[in-house]
Design a protein. Sequence first.
Length: 134
Amino acid sequence: NFISPNGRYIASSVIEYSNTGLTNTVYAYVYDTEEEEMYVIRDEAAKDMLRVDCVSNDGVVFLSDVDIAYSSVPYCYDVHAQKFYKVEDYLKEKYDYQPDRPVVGTILAVSEDGKTLLAGSMENNFTTIVYFAR
């Protein structure tokens, strides 16, 4: 389970295993403690990217496509807009971040003020920590 820095949002992933083990359903949820509302994120097209990595103070949940390690195509989901973003597009829109190559990795944490994101990525078998600031 993941809790936003201000404690408002609680997010996690659920994996439902089939009896045969051939098809598993992955979905994410976010609970808004102030509004007492549960958001369930189920999307057949994005089912492999619904593993929660962290959640921000404004209800954006960061998702990846792997259980352990770093996502090759990280996504996020804004529970209020009910919209998926590639993390790269979200960073461009919200932080005016202009990468010189595709964004890979996993957003691991968002600061209380939302100005800094902690990310991990794999390059040449080393973990690189990247900070994005507004």
